[in-house]
Design a protein. Structure first.
Length: 454
C-alpha cells in the first residue's frame, strides 16, 4: 500500500485541494480528504497520460538524419531510406537496450504507459527468428525492467505499396503473410500475458499501403478484441497513392470500408478534408497525433480545431522518439493550429484553458487507445500518476488550469516533475528514473557500437 497526499489534484470532477490517494495492487483504491500518516506529500498530482504511438528502435537514430540527401526536396521518403539502412544493423539485444532507454525517458517525461507499434519482427535480411516473437519479447522485457505500462501492438506489414509490390531492403524485416502473422500474434500474446497485470495486447495493420483490403477485413479473426492501431493519411504521396488505387482518400476509404469503432486509433491523419475530419470524429475512434515527429518529418498539420469541435478524441505519442517530451507535444499541437489559423489559444474553450483541454483530452484518449483502465484519478483505475513541484520559478505556486498551462507552455515542465508511477510502480523519484545510471550507460555503449554513420 502507498499513500500520496497532494495540495491540489486534477480529478474527473475538476481540481480538488488536500486530497489523499491510496494505491493497492497497482490501482487507486481510495480517495479521501486530508493528510494521512506515512503519505508522500506532493504539490500537485495528475493522471499520467499514455503514450499512444512509439517505434522504440528509432530512438537510436535521433540526431543522425539531419543532413540533406542528394535530392534538394528532402522529405519523409528520403528519411525512410535512411531508417531502412539503420535497420540492417539492429540485433535483438540492441532493440532491448534501446527500448529500455526509450521507456525510461517516457516515464521521466510523465507518460505512465506506452502503446508500442512494433513492426521490427525478423532477422537482418528477413528470415524469421527461431522464436517468431523474439523481438516482441525483447520489447516486453524492456517494459518490465523499466516499469512502464505496455500495450504491445504487433504490426501486420504485407506489401510495399497499394499495387502489391514485394517488400524491398529493410522492409523484409517487417513482412508477414496472414498465417505467419497469426502465429506471431499468438506468441506475442502469450508473452504479454506473462507480464504485469496492466500489460495488454492489440493489433496494428501498418497502413493502407502495406495491408491489402482482403487482409484488413480478417484482423478480428486473428485478434478478437483489443485496440486496433493504423497509420493513416500521413503524407501527400500516401494520399495520392491510396486515391489512385482505391478510388478514395485514405480516411474516406477506411470509413466506407471498415467498421471503425472506439477501439481504433488512427495515427497522424494530417491529410484530411473537412468531411473526413468530421466523419472520423463521429466514429469515437482516437486520432493518434505525434506533433514533434510530424514536425520533424514535414507531415503536415492535423485539423485539430475542427476535429475537436466535432467531438473528436485525440491523444499524443512520441513516434520516432527523436525528442520524448509530453508537454512539448501538447504545445506543438496547439502552436500548429495557431500558425495555420493566425490565432491564439486555439484549443481552449470558454470553460477551460488550453492546457486543461489538451491535457484532459490526451489522458482520456491515451487510455482508450491503449485499452487501459487509466487516465483519471478515480477509484479502480490503474495508478498512473505524475507528481509536480509548483514551488519553483516556472510554476510560482500557481493553481489549477494556470499551473497546467505553465507546465505546457513555459518549456520547462519536465523539470517540474518529481515522481511518476505506472500501475503503482514508483519508477521516477526526484525527477530521475530509479535505474537511470544502468540504462543510460548500456545505451551509450550500444549506440557507439552501432556507429554514428547510417
Amino acid at each position: 500500500m502507498q499513500k500520496i497526499h497532494a495540495k491540489q489534484s486534477l480529478t474527473p470532477g475538476g481540481w480538488v485541494s488536500d486530497l489523499c490517494l491510496t494505491i493497492e495492487d497497482g490501482r487507486i483504491s481510495r480517495l479521501t480528504s486530508g493528510a494521512a500518516e506515512g503519505a508522500l506529500s506532493v504539490d500537485m498530482l495528475l493522471p499520467a497520460p499514455g503514450n499512444l504511438h512509439s517505434h522504440a528502435f528509432q530512438r537510436a537514430m535521433a540526431g543522425l538524419t539531419e543532413t540533406r540527401g542528394p535530392d534538394p526536396r528532402d522529405s519523409f521518403w528520403t528519411w525512410r531510406q535512411l531508417m531502412y539502412r539503420f535497420l540492417d544493423r539492429l540485433k535483438p539485444e540492441d532493440v532491448q537496450v534501446i527500448a529500455e532507454l526509450v521507456f525510461m525517458e517516457m516515464l521521466e517525461a510523465g507518460y505512465g504507459a506506452v502503446a508500442e507499434f512494433h513492426y521490427l519482427h525478423h532477422d537482418i535480411g528477413g528470415a524469421p527468428y527461431a522464436q517468431l516473437s523474439e523481438m516482441a519479447a525483447r520489447i516486453a522485457t524492456a517494459a518490465e525492467s523499466t516499469g512502464i505500462g505496455l500495450t504491445l501492438l504487433p504490426v501486420l506489414y504485407m506489401q510495399g505499396g497499394c499495387d502489391g509490390r514485394s517488400l524491398q531492403g529493410g522492409q523484409a524485416r517487417f513482412g508477414c503473410d496472414l498465417d505467419r502473422f497469426a502465429r506471431l500474434h499468438g506468441e506475442t500474446a502469450a508473452r504479454v500475458a506473462q507480464g504485469p497485470q496492466d500489460f495488454a495486447i492489440g493489433i496494428a495493420p501498418h497502413s493502407l499501403r502495406a495491408v491489402p483490403p482482403s487482409a484488413l477485413s480478417q484482423l478480428r479473426q486473428i485478434a478478437t478484441h483489443g485496440p486496433i492501431h493504423m497509420h493513416l493519411a500521413e503524407q501527400l504521396a500516401e494520399v495520392e497513392e491510396v486515391t489512385a488505387h482505391h478510388g478514395a482518400q485514405p480516411v474516406e476509404w477506411l470509413l466506407q470500408n471498415a467498421d471503425v469503432t472506439p477501439e481504433w486509433c488512427l495515427i497522424h491523419c494530417t491529410q484530411m478534408t473537412r468531411e473526413e475530419t468530421t466523419g472520423l470524429a463521429r466514429t469515437g475512434a482516437v486520432a493518434g497525433l505525434c506533433p514533434i515527429t510530424e514536425s520533424s518529418l514535414g507531415d503536415g498539420i492535423f485539423n485539430g480545431t475542427d476535429y475537436s469541435a466535432a467531438g473528436g478524441r485525440f491523444g499524443v505519442g512520441s513516434d520516432s522518439n527523436i525528442h520524448i517530451a509530453l508537454w512539448e507535444e501538447l504545445a506543438t499541437l496547439d502552436y500548429s493550429q495557431r500558425l495555420r489559423d493566425h490565432s491564439r489559444a486555439a484549443m481552449a474553450t470558454a470553460e477551460h484553458s488550453t492546457g486543461r483541454v489538451l491535457f484532459e483530452a490526451v489522458t482520456q484518449a491515451g487510455a482508450q487507445a491503449a485499452g487501459r483502465a487509466s487516465g483519471s484519478l478515480a477509484e479502480g483505475q490503474f495508478a498512473d500518476l505524475i507528481a509536480v513541484s509548483t514551488d519553483n520559478e516556472f510554476l510560482c505556486n500557481r493553481q489549477g488550469d494556470t499551473a497546467l498551462d505553465s507546465l505546457i507552455f513555459t518549456g520547462r515542465g519536465r523539470s517540474c516533475i518529481t515522481d511518476v508511477w505506472s500501475a503503482g510502480r514508483h519508477m521516477v523519484k526526484e525527477g530521475r528514473h530509479i535505474h537511470r545510471e544502468r540504462i543510460t550507460e548500456t545505451f551509450i555503449k550500444t549506440a557507439q557500437e552501432l556507429g554514428q554513420e547510417i
